[in-house]
Design a protein around this ligand. Sequence first.
Ligand code: S3P
Length: 432
Amino acid sequence: MRVRSPGRLRATLRVPPDKSISHRALILNGIAEGEARVENLLDSDDVRSTAACMAALGVEIDWPAGSTEARIRGAGLHGLYESDDTLDCGNSGTTMRLLTGLLAAQPLFSVLTGDDSLRTRPMGRVIEPLRRMGARISARRGDTLAPIAIRGGNLRAIQYEMPVFSAQVKSALLLAGLSVEGRTRITEPVPTRDHTEKMLAAMGAPVAREGRTVTVRRPGRLQPLGMRVPADISSAAPWLVLGACHPDAELHIEGVGINPTRTGLLDILGRMGASIELQEERETSGEPVADLVVRSSTLSGVTVQGNEIPRAIDELPLVALLGCFAHGTTVVREAEELIVKESNRIETVVTMLAALGASIEATADGFVVEGPSQLHGARLDAANDHRMGMLGAVAGALASGETRIENDAVSVSYPDFWQALEAAAPEAAQTA
Ligand code: S3P
């Protein structure tokens, strides 16, 4: 794709449904008893991977191509079938880690695999605690990399202190905990997104939180959870950053999920001095939602660390771009998790923004950016990482001249991203 900076930006946008909630709507309703109707389900590659895996395990899913409405007939906690083939999780870490937890507790033999990127991502973090629960799991490279082979069943409850923050690992253990006797206790180092706990509680599972610890016990059954998925704040994020950095912008984004475990970027933007307004705060299917308005802003550099890191984990590459437009130094630290995302996001963000003329340096656990600097167009490789594809697009729309983005992979979470950019600013985006 080729991108140029638009002179003026005025648009009202609807961004795609939340990816994390969409995965969970399929998986959790897949083991409920009865039928659920899910509206505004994200129709993207990652969520289709989850749907295909659940269907291969015997869950009836009626989700026509191109539709955002699905009917899921749950198989119940004990009704999944053994898949007669490997389960392909594509590019999706959420699919692989959550299903590893689910299948570790099922009396089935399962093999999970994925694309070149997913097969390099760390799976030991989910395999190790599941083994402590008694699961029989083997994987490549000393049980750390997919493909993962699981001979499931007969687990016991554990108390587990997670060494790394990960909503995916927490969710995997909660899913395993649904099928074991006794109480599974999971303690997080810092709080991560809580959609799994919230949805399980709404489905009648005995889930409780106390401080950094979540506990779950085996429910008799899970009730189906009909719901409407809110728009994804991680997909709103590129627009929020574009609007804040562009000199003549006002963007409205409708119905965005603002669950406090996800709003790190809003807090960071606020601390940098960005003009962000939350309007019409309301609730959709148990999740807080608002319309967001962003306007051109004068930004100052900030340091991002601690609890804010998991709350903005997928938006941290965009914080580097904000740093290019902010006065002073922007530092992101304690974010070594970025290294093991769909690409090594510390390396990719630094390479991409440096090519555009940013003053940015990688550190062991993040990056340091000096601003402001005038970015100029360049040729960028987004390393087949959707978030980096969108970072490149927004950076290109803020740079002088033309930027070309290769390997953007936006279909993983935001299939019509390029059309949305073209609609918001017709002179900004062009298919290469
Ligand atoms: C996700 C959790 C985060 C996030 C990912 C989606 C989820 O990963 O980066 O995009 O849906 O649970 P980790 O839990 O591995 O940090």
